[in-house]
Ligand binder design. Structure first.
Ligand code: XMP
Ligand code: MG
Length: 183
């Protein structure tokens, strides 16, 4: 879907498809330099990171492996609960691997700080984090995010993998959801 296809559902457009594309290309150049000696294992966090993983992996000029985890940090609402459960674990042995976690968004930071510690404890050589979006609240928790796509305002956003009640994930850009949609 294009942003225009759902314009009445959005209060504001934050990022267009070309803006996201260009920023991912910049991050890919950094990652190619940082991992020139040893290609990383990209760990995508389902379901939100599907789009950024797909675009980032194809943009990279170095070989990577990809694996996926599904974790749950939210109940049914839009607030992080702080309780993280593994819904789907990795297939890959992390021992001695250089791991790059690929996430859609860091909000409170609770999910990523838990995930970082969890993957590190499996014997990975290094665990770094890439988040396409970062909200200001993330600064309150000590999570070292190596690669950040965009700083965004503290509003609930959808698109490019991010959903509201499983909708809008296939939106090509990112926007702030209009209140009438969840009222
Ligand atoms: P925390 O607070 O643990 O949350 O950093 C990270 C996870 O929460 C989800 N999240 C959002 N999902 N629009 C969404 O569709 C948002 O504005 C938003 N903020 C947080 C997301 O799943 C992320 O992985
Ligand atoms: Mg997510």
């Amino acid at each position: 879907m294009k942003l225009d296809d759902v314009s009445t559902d959005l209060e504001e457009v934050l990022l267009t498809e070309p803006q996201i594309h260009d920023r991912i290309a910049e991050l890919a150049r950094e990652i190619e330099r940082d991992y020139a000696d040893e290609p990383p294992l990209l760990v995508g966090v389902l379901k939100g990171a599907v789009m950024v993983m797909s675009d980032l992996a194809r943009e990279l000029s170095i070989p990577v492996e990809m694996d996926w985890m599904a974790v749950s940090s939210y109940g049914s609402g839009t607030q992080s609960s702080g309780v993280v459960r593994i819904l789907k674990d990795l297939d890959t042995d992390l021992n001695g691997r250089r791991v790059l976690i690929v996430e859609d968004i860091i909000d409170s930071g609770l999910t990523l700080s838990w995930l970082h510690a969890n993957l590190q404890s499996r014997g990975a050589k290094s665990v770094e984090i890439l988040a396409l979006l970062r909200k200001p609240d993330a600064a309150k928790v000590a999570v070292d995010v190596r690669y950040v796509g965009f700083e965004i305002p503290n509003k609930f956003v959808v698109g490019y993998g991010l959903d509201y009640a499983e909708r809008y994930r296939n939106l090509r850009g990112v926007g702030v959801l209009a209140p009438h949609v969840y009222a």
